[in-house]
Design a binder for this molecule. Structure first.
Ligand SMILES: Cc1cc2nc3c(=O)[nH]c(=O)nc-3n(C[C@H](O)[C@H](O)[C@H](O)COP(=O)(O)OP(=O)(O)OC[C@H]3O[C@@H](n4cnc5c(N)ncnc54)[C@H](O)[C@@H]3O)c2cc1C
Length: 387
């Protein structure tokens, strides 16, 4: 076992860091306070080979590993936390699931624009009555000629105000095996978006409404029985989510460290108070431990998708660690940390959401408990035998 990055990985890390420092550092605060998707950053990353890091070269990607994508998302987040969302969209999110399962025809139609940062794909999975219990989704796809008619709706779709393409989980039939997914263009007849609402992190999302939307056969991504594949693809999204949590935590930690070295109270720098030092020791332990779990999940996946076991452990730990670190960083920065002039308050708001998004911490722990006890625990009410 080797805990060191390879020379190639270190060089990649440095290159990404350099690009982020040169192009993103100066505006990192302003970017964090904009609600829309930063297409300018996506185009910049495309120019520098930072989109589609995990997507094969023959599909127009960089042919890298999940670990490469984790290194990139970390280095960007450590300079500009908001821009790390673009690495997420370009290498971890629904784009990754799309690239994994799309047909040649589907890739030809969409992938080039997605990888050039000209277009973004959003994920429509959650419904008003199907959040953690995602398999309760009721958006239906009914056969119509060679295609399907989709009726239903979605909530909390990140990037929905800016997306032109949506990967939508639908129900073709009963049960888990009836679930699959379709690709929905924003301009399809019967597809409308509600008024934008805002998350605590400042980003907008819209409810999606599907009123008998015709989906031609060439827009089916995964037919009935596709649910397990969709969730495997979603595990990559969860790794990006975990990586950003930890990295925005480290970003806040770096700002707080700098602050406590320079800020004086009672005639001494804050870092000379033991009460402050111990907070930093705890933060450092969380960063190091989280990084090991994260890197393990990524390295084990190599060019494939991460396992549910590695992912759930890394996500549960990094989401909590990232948020706790932001919280402590804010505390040691006092009023400065709580103010919008500092990115620490943004990192705090941002990292809070990841304990809910992408499978909540509780759902990750439910999965871990199944690993511990080597059995499945249904979350549904027991069926009472009829007398
Ligand atoms: C910032 C952000 C971005 C998001 N982006 C997207 C997106 O792009 N696309 C998309 O489809 N969705 C997205 N979501 C939605 C997200 O996936 C859901 O919010 C999440 O799955 C939880 O569902 P819910 O909000 O309905 O909460 P609920 O499922 O109602 O859960 C409420 C609480 O109960 C807990 N709980 C539920 N069931 C159990 C159980 N069995 N055991 C223990 N605890 C349980 C949960 O952990 C949670 O704390 C996003 C959410 C956020 C916050």
């Amino acid at each position: 076992m080797d805990f060191q990055l390879t020379e190639e990985q270190r060089a990649f890390q440095d290159a990404v860091r350099g690009i982020a420092e040169r192009h993103l550092a100066a505006d990192n605060l302003a970017r964090a306070h904009k609600s829309n998707y930063p297409f300018d950053v996506a185009k910049l990353f495309s120019k520098h080979g930072m989109m589609g890091i995990t997507i094969p070269e023959e599909d127009g990607g960089q042919g890298g590993t999940l670990m490469d994508a984790v290194l990139a998302i970390e280095q960007v987040a450590l300079v500009c936390p908001r821009s790390a969302d673009v690495i997420q969209s370009g290498s971890f999110g629904p784009l990754r699931t799309f690239a994994e399962y799309a047909s040649k025809n589907q890739k030809n139609r969409y992938l080039d624009k997605l990888l050039k940062g000209q277009m973004i794909i959003a994920l429509g999975m959650t419904e008003a009555d199907a959040g953690s219990a995602v398999t309760d989704l009721t958006t239906t796809a009914q056969p119509d000629g060679e295609g399907f008619r989709v009726t239903g709706g979605k909530v909390f779709t990140s990037n929905s105000p800016d997306a032109d393409l949506f990967l939508v989980y639908v129900r073709f039939g009963k049960g888990i095996d009836g679930i699959g997914s379709v690709l929905m263009d924003r301009n399809m007849v019967g597809f409308t978006l509600g008024q934008p609402s805002q998350y605590m992190n400042g980003e907008d999302w819209c409810a999606l409404y599907f009123d008998d939307v015709y989906i031609p056969p060439e827009n089916i991504l995964l037919g009935p029985g596709g649910f397990k594949k969709q969730i495997s693809g979603f595990n990559a999204e969860r790794i990006g989510n975990a990586a950003r949590s930890l990295a925005v935590g480290e970003f806040a930690y770096n700002l707080a460290r700098e602050h406590t070295v320079t800020r004086k109270q009672f005639g001494r720098p804050l870092c000379e108070f033991q009460g402050i030092q111990w907070k930093f020791a705890d933060m450092k332990i969380q960063i190091e431990a989280g990084r090991l779990l994260l890197y393990r999940a990524a390295v084990n996946a190599d060019r494939g998708l991460p396992s549910a076991e590695d992912t759930s452990i890394a996500k549960a730990f990094c989401n909590k660690a990232g948020f706790d670190i932001c919280n402590e960083a804010m505390q040691v920065m006092g009023g400065t940390g709580y103010s919008q002039e500092s990115l620490v308050e943004y990192c705090f708001r941002k990292s809070r959401g990841w304990q809910i998004a992408g499978g909540s911490t509780e759902m990750m722990k439910n999965r871990i408990a199944e690993i511990v006890f080597e059995r499945r625990f249904s979350q549904r009410p027991r069926k009472v035998p009829s007398s």
